[in-house]
Design a binder for this molecule. Structure first.
Ligand SMILES: Cc1cc2nc3c(=O)[nH]c(=O)nc-3n(C[C@H](O)[C@H](O)[C@H](O)COP(=O)(O)O)c2cc1C
Length: 438
């Protein structure tokens, strides 16, 4: 399998997968500004949250982190969604996960200042920067070894080795997570971020709660209970919102796991998506005043073909990657249709190679969503926004091959992901340090 390198490749992939996606040669819409409350987003390209697992052990941006955001800023996106940043020490996904506190706020102010001034200097405008706030839940590894904190026992993930009951978080603990998210949102505002994302995606803690059908108590069972922590945190965080500081969420519309272990599915329907609950949740968040949303799906550990359709990966996917891209974009369209006044950022474009901007522009023209969100492609080519805005596509010699090497590095203890294929000076040696035959 390969990502499309031109229009005819794209047409062949559509044909062989049976997928049909909107397409236009005119990508001008991606240069359009967008106003969100008092914020001006200078174009329609967002760099999605991409964690580098390379902060200092105390959680501040370190050398590789600063390099990554400097390059992102120079690339001229309209939005930079700053990577997963822990709100509690035990909820860090690795010992070098970003973690903001009062005592290292100055380091976040400094990286933000660099992002804004670099983009202004290189492109003549400043991007909107949203900080993703997270608790890694099941994937917590603050000391480098798994220390899961789970919403419920899930046999899909745990198989015949159920996680001990004392690792199931209590309702009181979840109340404290809500408070920690609020405290971090206040810090983010103080640091100068343009907004925060109450992260509810990819099966980290708040996302896992969305499918806690069998959990007792106020955070499990009914729709109201399963969505409580997200909804109430958003509602409380709205007290911090101003015209220039927004409360958002990157949220899973669909997990890709059967009921009762997945959000976005119905009993008896296997893993077939059912968008009803996602629509209801998104509608309620919009009613609470959320002015911008970022939609995604899947789990990067168990069904990465849903989360990040790939050309090469750890297993043979059960579907053509174009079907994964289509599920993502069409599902986002379906759910975004209930909040026509709220701009939505899409995910999962990197597999579309050189044709991604043409598909994204056509989707935006047809009202599917408002912004094109790029993940892996930004590691391969941090200038992708600039190149799309100037030439309608990424440079071919910087194309993300959707080869999964960034994810492979990330899964290694101490691995600091980046693009080993395109960012060779820094990341090829890192990749080789893990995977060269000794
Ligand atoms: C190395 C790596 C780090 C990531 N870090 C984050 C993160 O911090 N937060 C998040 O919401 N998603 C994260 N993602 C997921 C991406 O933002 C994106 O949703 C995914 O790669 C699919 O988009 P793409 O097809 O454009 O790559 C990460 C993905 C990769 C490969």
């Amino acid at each position: 399998m390969h990502v499309p390198k031109n229009k005819s490749d794209f047409a062949s992939l559509c044909l062989e997968s049976g997928v049909s996606l909107p397409y236009t040669a005119d990508t001008a819409v991606l240069s359009q500004k967008l106003t969100v409350k008092g914020l001006t987003i200078p174009n329609r390209i967002a760099y999605q949250a991409m964690e580098g697992c390379d902060s200092t052990f105390t959680g501040s941006p370190d050398e590789l982190t600063k390099r990554r955001y400097h390059r992102f800023a120079a690339g001229g996106p309209g939005v930079i969604w700053y990577e997963a940043t822990a709100v509690l020490p035990e909820g860090r996904a690795n010992p070098r996960q970003s973690y903001m506190r009062e005592d290292n706020l100055g380091d976040f102010k400094a990286i933000l200042e660099d992002i804004k001034s670099t983009c202004l200097h290189e492109n003549g405008y400043e991007p909107v920067v949203i900080l993703q706030l997270t608790h890694s839940g099941r994937y917590s590894k603050p000391e480098g070894t798994p220390a899961p904190l789970i919403a419920y026992n899930d046999p899909i993930f745990e198989k015949d080795k159920p996680i001990a009951a004392d690792r199931i978080v209590t309702d009181e603990y979840l109340d404290r997570v809500g408070e920690a998210l609020l405290d971090s949102a206040a810090l983010a505002k103080k640091a100068g971020f343009d907004g925060v994302d109450i992260k509810s995606c990819h099966r980290y803690l708040l996302c896992e709660l969305l499918s806690a059908f069998e959990r007792p108590g106020k955070y499990g069972g009914s729709f109201e209970n399963r969505t409580r922590l997200l909804r109430e945190t958003v509602k409380n965080a709205m007290a911090l919102a101003t015209d220039n500081f927004i409360i958002s969420t990157r949220v899973n519309l669909y997990d890709g796991f059967e009921y009762p272990y997945g959000f976005g599915v119905k009993p008896g329907c296997g893993i077939e998506p059912d968008w009803d609950e996602a629509k209801r949740l998104i509608g309620e968040l919009a009613k609470a005043g959320m002015p911008l949303m970022d939609f995604t799906m899947g789990n990067p550990y168990f069904n990465p073909h849903v989360n990040r359709p790939y050309a090469m990966g750890g297993y043979e996917p059960p579907e053509h990657p174009m079907q994964g891209v289509a599920r993502m974009l069409q599902g986002i369209r379906e759910v975004a249709s209930v909040v026509p006044d709220v701009p939505v950022i899409c995910s999962g474009l990197s597999f579309l190679g050189t044709e991604s901007a043409r598909v994204a522009a056509a989707c935006i023209n047809e009202g599917w969503f408002a912004m094109a969100g790029y993940g892996r492609a930004t590691l391969a080519n941090p200038d992708i926004a600039k190149q799309i805005l100037q030439n309608g596509q990424t440079d071919i010699d910087k194309l993300c091959m959707a080869c999964g090497k960034c994810t492979e590095i990330m899964r290694q203890p101490g691995g600091t992901p980046g693009c080993a294929v395109r960012d060779t000076e820094v990341y090829t040696p890192i990749y080789k340090s893990f995977f060269s035959k000794k």
